[in-house]
Design a protein around this ligand. Structure first.
Ligand code: SF4
Ligand code: SF4
Length: 303
């Protein structure tokens, strides 16, 4: 039996801004909704979403013996999440101006696992961040970190949507579990829905075939207007009232590594592979690659 307060203390010690713990359980209603979402074509060409559905909706199939999920969040709010000048045609999602969060969060979760193992030597489990079939946002809601906003992102009262989340799936029960928040939410607000330039936001889910973030990062962006974005898109986050009042990130690991306003279309198109590797290899832009980013720049220049 693991004490929930010990997990939370260790999470705070390694630098996480939020931590909640949920009981591991299958998500049958979400599985049914997801099947319908895919059948409606909202997954577009993101084929990986249709794989591993057994594991995605039942974490015990992903991690044998899983009992508890510690969901941890780190704020990444920086200057670039507030929006870009209207004329900017080389917009980059604010999280992508810093070190790749996969590396940052994974390292923190490993530190956390090591600290917990020192207290509970028989404890086993696995760490994940946006790289495995697990319902991260759903668990975050169960663990009381926030709620799912209309744009389908996790909204937290203190840090808004500018949070990165990761999980420690533990093969041990906790003395108690957190509960979902009861008193906050989107209310009548629809700012993110109205702000989406491509009408991609449905009620708490996304039509990925219309989403600029998916198009610029995962599909090449050849089929929908990109509205000046060349990697990701923050339009539906910049307008969220919870983000306007959110605390800025205190994480040194997530301080911006470059200023996206200092490099325009011509600079991006003149960039060589060597320069890209030197300047961007630590950032999420490297996952997309220079060629795709330059194709997005050219597409924005034509509009
Ligand atoms: S990321 Fe951009 S395109 Fe995608 S839903 Fe949000 S506002 Fe719309
Ligand atoms: S912009 Fe409004 S509707 Fe959208 S997530 Fe934020 S609070 Fe909810």
């Amino acid at each position: 039996m693991v004490e929930i307060e010990t997990i939370k203390r260790v999470a705070a010690d390694v630098g996480f801004d939020l931590c909640g713990v949920a009981e591991c359980r299958p998500f049958d209603a979400e599985r049914a909704f997801f099947g319908q979402w895919l059948a409606n074509g909202f997954g577009s060409s993101l084929d990986y979403l249709a794989r591993n559905t057994d594991k995605r909706f039942d974490t015990a199939r992903l991690v044998e013996g899983a009992k508890s999920v510690a969901v941890c969040a780190l704020s990444y709010k920086n200057d670039f999440g507030n929006g870009y000048p209207a004329e900017c045609r080389t917009k980059i999602a604010s999280y992508a101006c810093a070190k790749d969060y996969h590396d940052v969060i994974k390292a923190m979760l490993r530190q956390m696992a090591t600290a917990l193992k020192a207290i509970y030597p028989s404890l086993s489990g696995r760490a994940f961040t946006d790289s495995a079939p697990i319902l991260e946002k759903r668990y975050a809601v169960e663990a009381g970190l926030g709620w799912i906003g209309r744009q389908s992102l996790l909204v937290t009262p203190r840090f808004g949507t500018f949070v990165l989340i990761g999980e420690l799936v533990l093969c041990e029960e906790c003395d108690r579990y957190d509960e979902p928040l009861r008193t906050v939410g989107c209310g009548t607000c629809r700012r993110c829905v109205d702000a989406c330039p491509n009408g991609a936001i449905k009620e708490r889910h996304i039509d990925t075939s219309r989403c600029i973030s998916c198009a610029t990062i995962e599909r090449g962006g050849a089929d929908i207007p990109l509205h000046g974005w060349i990697f990701g898109c923050d339009e539906c986050q910049s307008v969220c009232p919870y983000n306007k009042h959110a605390e800025r990130s205190k994480s040194r690991a997530l301080e911006p590594l470059f200023n996206p306003l200092e490099r325009g279309a011509d600079e991006w198109l003149a960039m060589t592979a060597t320069e890209f590797a030197q300047k961007m290899s630590a950032t999420p832009l490297s996952r997309s690659g220079l060629e795709r980013i330059q194709a997005n720049v050219r597409r924005n220049k034509k509009l």
